[in-house]
Design a protein around this ligand. Structure first.
Ligand SMILES: [Zn+2]
Length: 203
């Protein structure tokens, strides 16, 4: 729900709240905002190492119904629980989606490099790693090989993709928790079927 249909970060569009224009030239030691084929995005301002945090998503916490009252900007909140969102502020709000991302969100708020990122390269993550709400989809124009063309909830991803993101630790914890729980439950069910005593396991 972080994003609008094709242009999540167009500074000069009605999708961007008033005042965000001031961030068009944002720059620090790690990242800067720059123009890309989708409008604006976040770019590496230096060579970034794998696992390095590039930015932290910040903003007030709101619920699902509040995201629906934001009109054209309902797309910007970042989902962090079944009914909880970060109402994303700059500069995090400028991060674009990719179906083959070079970054992912760890600890539910930190945008972390999944591989070394060269200075000048745009930093993107897969929006589906944060989405589990059965409410929002967007057309994808990331242009990457294997582009899914539609960005949808995490549970719509191919199994191999889901597993890869879970193993990298870049799935929002409220989503990852469900997958671990379901995995354990299915293992317990297997044991029960084999006549073993079933037990509840908590991680
Ligand atoms: Zn794509």
């Amino acid at each position: 729900m972080i994003h609008t249909a094709a242009h999540p970060v167009l500074i000069d569009s009605p999708f961007m709240p008033p005042g965000y224009l001031a961030y068009a030239n944002f720059s620090n030691d790690i990242i800067r905002i720059g123009k890309c084929d989708l409008g604006h995005g976040i770019f590496a301002n230096k060579n970034i190492a794998k696992n390095e945090t590039t930015l932290t998503f910040e903003g007030p916490r709101i619920n699902f119904l509040q995201t629906k009252t934001k009109g054209s900007w309902e797309c910007m909140p970042l989902q962090i629980d079944s009914d909880l969102y970060i109402d994303t502020l700059p500069v995090g709000v400028f991060v674009n989606h990719s179906c083959a991302p070079n970054a992912g969100i760890k600890r539910d708020k930190d945008l972390v490099a999944l591989r070394p990122i060269s200075k000048g390269e745009e930093i993107r993550f897969d929006y589906s790693t944060t989405m589990q709400e059965k409410s929002f989809t967007m057309e994808c124009r990331c242009g990457q090989p294997g582009c899914r063309h539609i960005v949808d909830d995490f549970n719509t991803l191919p199994e191999t993709q889901k597993t890869a993101y879970l193993q990298k630790g870049v799935v929002m914890s409220f989503i990852a928790r469900d997958y671990r729980y379901n995995f354990i439950n299915s293992k317990c069910a297997d044991q029960t079927n084999r006549g073993y005593k079933s037990s509840r396991i908590l991680l």
